[in-house]
Design a protein around this ligand. Structure first.
Ligand code: IMP
Length: 195
């Protein structure tokens, strides 16, 4: 079974493939099908944006499309950057400047608690949808640590493991991460749906 990932993010593809391939699901990127669907993320929630992305790519490809909308929410910043995680700081920012901006905005914060959320939406050509959410609590580190992963991984610290996401192997990250948890829920719902 082939699904299109409604994203240009190869890291997300790798994380999704690692988990879904065990269930006979092949995940390809839009680019593999010669597609590049630009979707304006106008939703106010991760779930709304995931559905918007998946629906647009399903319509463009005619294949089941799966999208993940995710981000990090910091308690001291009233949930920011949240759904704006990818756009934090503006279009000229890259991953490193975004997490540096987050560290700057967290300076002197009364609490460093935060969580990552991932909402996964899958839209089938029939119009059926499957949605799943995963949350991973943690804190924002005082300085970046580790070289793995992507995005805010070097500054997202897991107190129980005493490591940032960027210090985990892909398997370790998948076992605890917001996306790993959302994918586990998604996997279960997909099995039920296909069954
Ligand atoms: P999206 O592609 O619109 O869902 O944007 C997600 C944003 O949150 C991007 O800026 C990512 O860098 C960040 N993000 C999402 N998942 C992760 C993760 O697992 N680690 C680090 N950053 C992430």
């Amino acid at each position: 079974m082939k699904f299109v990932l409604a994203s240009q993010n190869k890291h997300k593809l790798a994380e999704m493939q690692a988990i879904l391939s065990a269930h006979g699901v092949e995940v390809v990127m839009e680019a593999d099908l010669g597609l590049q669907v630009d979707v304006e993320e106008t939703g106010e929630t991760f779930a709304e944006n995931a559905l918007l992305k998946a629906r647009a790519v399903m319509e463009a490809s005619g294949l089941p499309a799966i999208a993940d909308d995710s981000g990090v929410c910091c308690d001291a910043l009233n949930g920011a950057p949240g759904v704006y995680s990818a756009r934090y700081g503006g279009p000229e920012y890259d991953d490193v400047s975004r997490y540096k901006l987050l560290l700057a905005n967290m300076r002197g914060a009364h609490t460093r608690t935060a969580h990552f959320t991932s909402c996964i939406a899958c839209v089938f050509p029939s119009g059926d949808t499957i949605e799943a959410e995963g949350i991973c609590p943690g804190t924002i580190a005082f300085a970046p640590q580790g070289t793995g992963g992507f995005g805010y991984d070097p500054v997202f610290f897991l107190p129980e493991l005493k490591k940032t996401y960027a210090q985990l192997t892909p398997e370790e990250k998948a076992a605890v991460s917001h996306r790993g948890k959302a994918l586990a829920v998604f996997e279960k719902k997909l099995k039920e749906y296909l069954g």
